[in-house]
Unconditional design. Structure first.
Length: 378
């Protein structure tokens, strides 16, 4: 997604920094998120690698990285580009990420694969907005954000390794864009997030509230994002939950300048705990990236709630707790939209973050790596 520009949950920062944040080996620990010490997580910084905008790979401009996942079969990563078939047909990449105990050394492109529509052909320009990608049990799961301006619905599809269409998940009622903007997705704030749990269940999140669920984030109020839980095997929706996006953390340089905040990615740790990226931007300041942990255990199923703004029933949102504020630990993040657990070359468990450069010369494709020292226990 191009992102340049009160129902919130309180969170507690429990991180401890052992050395300078930008040093390899700096450690960040959240011992008891939500007061639950079984959910503790500890990360060690392994560095940054940047691919400048404009770099050509296999005859195609590289960029727009909006989703990332690890393929244990190859030891490589798959990364989706949010190019709307403008610079080249919509596609995902296979990446070799060189990371180990000594740090993040490089990211190279192995190949790219063209995504195909139901007709077996590449997507025409402006007919798709790829934003997320995960490996599932029967193929590669990926999401398109849609385009509310032209009433193009979002979707989640499964593709084969060669990019060909396999199946599509049904879109629950209330998510399709509408001309009157009374219900449905907001433009550029739709299916940005995708996670696959160990059980095979698939989680899909919108970046900020649907029109019927309340406002998008402001400097003083948060936003109620919906998360859909699908049965990965059947593709049928099983539940919906509320994720409370925080208020915009930083004002823009002037009142007329733009700023925003939203959930730009999710990653399943188990069948109820997920990591989420809250990505904000303020003109004159830049991006602010926070990594949250959420827990869906005990959260209300809102599948039968057509509007959160016009609802008199009790709703329990997902619990969330802040794990990392990248700026607060001394990093200068770009537009982080991708997140994956994976394996380093030496077998170490790692967490990789990636940014969408929007194919802009003022931005960059940026990767951060962290060693996973410990993670939640069931």
């Amino acid at each position: 997604m191009t992102k340049r520009f009160a129902a919130t949950a309180a969170f507690v920062l429990l991180s401890t920094v052992t050395v300078s944040a930008t040093d390899i080996g700096a450690t960040f620990t959240s011992a008891c998120p939500f007061g639950d010490c079984a959910a503790g997580i500890s990360l060690s910084y392994l560095g940054e690698f940047v691919i400048p905008s404009g770099q050509m790979e296999h005859g195609v401009e590289f960029g727009g990285i909006s989703g990332l996942d690890f393929d244990a079969a190859t030891g490589h990563y798959i990364a989706i580009s949010d190019d709307r078939s403008d610079k080249a047909p919509a596609r995902f990449y296979e990446l070799d990420i060189d990371v180990g105990a000594s740090g993040l050394k490089g990211v190279s492109v192995v190949k790219h694969v063209t995504l195909k529509g139901k007709n077996g052909e590449p997507f025409a320009a402006k007919t798709v907005d790829p934003e997320s990608i995960r490996l599932g049990k029967d193929g590669i799961y990926w999401g398109s954000e849609g385009d509310a301006k032209v009433l193009l619905p979002p979707f989640i599809r499964v593709t084969a390794p060669d990019g060909s269409f396999v199946r599509e998940f049904p879109l629950p009622e209330g998510f399709a864009p509408t001309a009157d903007k009374l219900t449905g997705i907001r433009d550029n704030l739709a299916f940005e997030d995708l996670a696959v749990a160990p059980s095979g269940d698939v989680f899909v999140g919108v970046e900020a509230a649907l029109y019927q669920d309340g406002p998008k984030p402001s400097l003083t109020t948060g936003s109620l994002s919906r998360i859909i839980r699908f049965d990965g095997k059947t593709g049928e929706p099983k539940a919906q939950y509320v994720y409370p996006v925080s208020p915009i953390p930083q004002a823009a340089a002037t009142a007329a300048a733009g700023n925003d905040n939203g959930m730009s990615e999710m990653l399943a740790l188990d069948d109820h705990r997920l990591l989420a990226v809250e990505r904000s931007y303020a003109e004159g300041f830049g991006n602010n990236i926070k990594i949250m942990m959420m827990d869906l255990a005990g959260a209300s199923d809102i599948s039968a709630t057509p509007s959160l703004a016009k609802n008199d029933q009790r709703v329990v949102p997902a619990r969330k707790s802040q794990l990392l504020d990248l700026r607060a630990i001394g990093l200068v993040p770009d537009n982080i939209e991708a997140m994956s657990l994976g394996k380093a070359k030496d077998g170490t468990d790692v967490l990789i973050l990636g940014s969408d450069n929007n194919f802009s010369t003022s931005q960059k494709t940026q990767f951060y790596a962290f060693k996973v020292l410990s993670r939640p226990q069931q």
